[in-house]
Design a protein around this ligand. Structure first.
Ligand code: ARG
Length: 628
């Protein structure tokens, strides 16, 4: 990014006298709107008698252009007098200037509209120069965040909750990284527990080395389903025996807690794992390693690479034991019927709803919650994070609230740095073949469906160079945009046909918008140096101005996204911007524009739009396509 000095020089070369003061949180060299904020705050200070530093943060962006580009709520200035009257007075006193139109008053708000002429000269060069860096400001430099996301369970389906966690978590990791944070992407696998004893026993009976190597995820799941069937059959047999015993009066001879032989075998196997038996652990490790390898490929299709594959199995016994001692000493935990529990109701009314949670079973074994306590401590010791996010479905709201409260009660000062990013359910997620879904299957089906949609337009399809790649990338965008369109907490219906459609606000629509801009650039074929020197005075049409105002907003949209942590904040913006683009094409011609200078100015505008769209899409985790 240019230095403040370079920027000041540039502004004066545009005929502007500009001190460009540096306000707290102001990033004029990456955010064009901040240039306007600096100017307006500076002008308003003598008019209102309020320090420019106080005015600056009050200059807020708006979500609709009718309200202006920036607004100031006069009551924020805490001045004596009627806000309406003050607003009218300030608006009247605001000087005529190259930055903004005459100030308008709406109730107690001052509305500032950017003047078209200067805007293009500020925004377009800034976007072209910063290119991939246009948007975020490096406000997180020196800070570290752990984003824990996806976290599927080995040998169990990758369900909708994991899909959403993967998409939302991948996006949040990108967002923090763009803002300069040191991001640790962490996958916390469900890779421990009694079910692994069961899986091992199942594998010994039904497993196939070859199948395991080729397709560990599906194969392990098959084995898991098969062995569970055996367990069910054995249980049914036991129940029948008990019924029989009841009838014959021989009840005493049958132990009601009796388990079937397979269940006992599974328990024994898991006990060996817990005791550190090398042979037992060897098999388990093989399952884990092969699954991770496979998952890595799938995550790569979503542009996600993890820094750490941790998991429930990796939490050290010592960490949990240490935590157990602390909990006891601090009176956080107590004994109850041989088990150790935390009774949250004792922490006051606010925590009543957290109820009670077991942290150690009667037989001394640990639970999901116990492992999370140990894991949090280990993560802090290892990474000294400034923030840690758990991207987990809202079904686990209670679990995470309990975890956070325990950490707080244990007195860890970093307990407040943990945050649960939750989300609603996906309804009706299934493939055509059945209801059990793995990530790979979802992506494959999105690709196939997309491919069919593309084939319907024969002429166009014939021109696509690599239809497999395009179908894959665009189909994936469909899945992801559908997921990120609403607020995270909302449920949504999984609709393959809808998400792969070009109609409406879909992933394919965004991809199409990007490919169209690329296509215009190819056809126009104007060298970059010419775009950089374009005479932007030619951008006079209202469509151009609206588009420019939208492009200027992108950095503010990102700042806002850091507050909401909602992908929809960006998705909504990108659709608004691409709609403006659609309505520009028939007015702002490039290829069919005879005046080369005019065509060049418009191309510079389109190129800036392409950069913003590309940046936004990549932030969301999509791969923008250049042709489709
Ligand atoms: N594996 C868990 C599940 O599938 C999600 C893990 C969430 N993260 C955590 N630290 N508890 O339900």
């Amino acid at each position: 990014a240019p230095s403040l000095e370079e920027l000041s020089n540039k502004l004066s070369s545009l005929g502007l006298k500009d001190p460009l003061p540096k306000f707290e949180g102001s990033n004029p060299s990456t955010n064009p709107v901040d240039i306007y904020r600096c100017y307006i705050a500076d002008q308003l200070a003598p008019i209102t008698g309020v320090d420019a530093k106080v005015i600056y943060p009050g200059l807020e962006w708006t979500s609709s252009f009718e309200k202006g580009d920036l607004v100031l709520a006069v009551p924020r200035l805490r001045l004596k007098g009627k806000p309406q009257d003050l607003a009218a007075e300030f608006a009247a006193k605001f000087p005529e200037n190259p930055y903004t139109e005459k100030v308008t008053v709406q109730g107690t708000f001052l509305q500032f509209f950017f003047k078209a002429g200067l805007l293009s000269k500020i925004v377009i060069p800034q976007v072209l120069e910063l290119e991939k860096k246009y948007g975020p400001a490096p406000t997180g430099t020196g800070k570290r965040i752990i984003v824990e996301f996806s976290s599927p369970n080995i040998a169990k389906p990758f369900h909708a909750g994991h899909l959403r966690s993967t998409i939302i978590g991948g996006f949040l990791a990108n967002l923090y990284e763009a803002f300069g944070w040191d991001v640790i992407r962490m996958n916390y696998l469900g890779d421990w527990g009694k079910q692994f004893g069961l899986l091992a026993v199942g594998y010994q009976r039904f497993g196939d080395e070859e199948k395991l190597k080729n397709d560990p995820i599906h194969h392990l799941y098959q084995v898991y389903v098969q062995i569970n069937k055996v367990i069910e059959e054995e249980n049914a047999e036991l129940v029948a025996k008990q019924e029989e015993a009841k009838k014959t009066g021989e009840l005493l001879k049958v132990d009601p807690n009796q388990k079937g032989p397979t269940d006992n075998e599974a328990r024994a196997f898991f006990a060996r794992m817990e005791a550190g038996d090398q042979e037992a652990l060897g098999l388990w490790k093989k399952f884990r390693d092969l699954s991770i390898e496979k998952y890595k490929d799938t995550y790569a299709r979503l542009n996600i690479t993890y820094d750490v594959y941790s998991g429930e199995s990796m939490v050290a016994k010592e960490s949990m034991e240490k935590a157990a001692v602390m909990m006891k000493e601090k009176g956080v935990s107590e004994e109850s019927e041989g088990a150790v529990i935390v009774d949250f109701t004792k922490f006051g009314k606010e925590f009543k709803k957290l109820g009670k949670a077991v942290v150690m079973k009667k037989d001394g074994t640990t639970l999901y919650l116990t492992r999370d306590i140990g894991a949090a401590v280990e993560r802090y010791e290892k990474y000294k994070f400034d923030k840690m996010i758990y991207v987990v479905a809202s079904q686990q709201d209670l679990h995470l609230a309990q975890l956070f409260k325990i950490m707080k009660e244990l007195g860890y000062e970093w307990a407040d740095r943990m945050q649960h990013i939750n989300f609603g359910m996906v309804l009706g997620m299934s493939t055509r073949k059945g209801t059990v879904v793995f990530l790979d299957d979802i992506l494959q089906e999105a690709k196939d469906t997309m491919h069919e949609v593309m084939k319907k337009n024969e002429v166009k399809y014939a021109q696509v160079e690599d239809p497999e790649y395009v179908a894959d990338t665009v189909g994936r965008a469909g899945v992801m945009i559908q997921d990120m369109s609403g607020k995270r907490i909302n449920n949504y219906k999984f609709e393959m046909d809808r998400m792969t459609s070009f109609e409406g606000d879909t992933g394919p629509y965004l991809q199409y918008a990007h490919a169209r801009l690329c296509s215009i650039a190819r056809k126009a074929n104007i060298p970059r140096e010419e775009l950089e020197k374009a005479n932007l005075e030619h951008l006079t049409e209202p469509q151009a101005t609206k588009l420019l105002r939208a492009l200027a907003q992108y950095p503010d949209v990102l700042v806002n996204t850091m507050k909401t942590l909602e992908p929809t904040t960006i998705v909504t913006y990108l659709f608004k911007m691409t709609h403006l683009l659609s309505s520009s094409y028939e007015v702002l011609l490039v290829v069919n524009e005879k005046d080369r200078e005019v065509a060049t100015a418009r191309m510079a505008l389109y190129e800036a739009a392409r950069i913003v769209l590309n940046n936004g899409m990549r932030m969301l985790g999509l791969t923008p396509v250049e042709r489709m």
